[in-house]
Design a protein. Structure first.
Length: 210
């Protein structure tokens, strides 16, 4: 039986918000970042596969395709350059700018996690809120605030993700392509952890798995 569009939009948005709350619980209470990433990847990966089996057109509708790739990549590339420069400056001012050999594997792997986060934020939250809310003027701040809230109680990280979402959500709603947004999200996230927050997510993940 086909699920009504508005009901599906509400269910997907609610599931994304629930995932965000579980992220807070796993990271702040259980200190289990690695298991959460694994669990979220399996659950949402399963949802993707089952949904695509029912409707093969969904990947293009979500933003996994060529449509909008060029303009999205140009916007995302500019944000990457500006963001990396700002993160380096912030790290220098805070005394946390340094080279860590673990940065390289995180730069290679984190874009995968960034793509999953952008899929949840854009395709399943912002896109559905755009259907449910009366105006797009509400969609961008609502989706951005919800995404930033997942990164509390670290107000610095929450502020950075709020700014990123405020930039990325309008780009997605206009061009509907996830690939550049996910990659840039992952790259900037990796740099922010090492250069600004002074944290090593590689060691955090390994510690939570051990």
């Amino acid at each position: 039986m086909k699920v009504p569009l508005e009901r599906r939009a509400l269910g997907e948005a609610a599931a994304v918000i629930t995932t965000g709350l579980l992220h807070l619980f796993f990271e702040e209470v259980l200190h289990a970042k690695g298991p959460f990433i694994l669990l979220a990847g399996i659950c949402w990966g399963t949802y993707l596969v089952l949904s695509i089996r029912k409707d093969p057109r969904l990947p293009r509708e979500w933003g996994f395709g060529k449509a909008g790739l060029g303009p999205t990549a140009r916007w995302a590339g500019g944000i990457l350059l500006a963001g990396a420069a700002l993160l380096a400056l912030a790290g220098a001012l805070r005394g946390t700018l340094s080279w860590n050999p673990h940065l390289l594997p995180i730069l290679l792997l984190y874009p995968i996690w960034g793509l999953l986060q952008q899929f949840l934020l854009q395709a399943l939250l912002a896109r559905n809120l755009d259907r449910l809310l009366p105006s797009r003027r509400w969609t961008v701040p609502a989706a951005s605030l919800l995404f930033a809230g997942v990164h509390l109680p670290d107000f610095l990280l929450a502020g950075a993700t709020l700014l990123l979402a405020l930039l990325f959500v309008p780009i997605y709603l206009r061009h509907r392509n996830l690939y550049p947004l996910g990659v840039v999200h992952g790259l900037l996230g990796a740099l922010a952890y090492f250069w600004v927050l002074g944290r090593d997510p590689w060691m955090e993940i390994l510690a939570s798995l051990g």
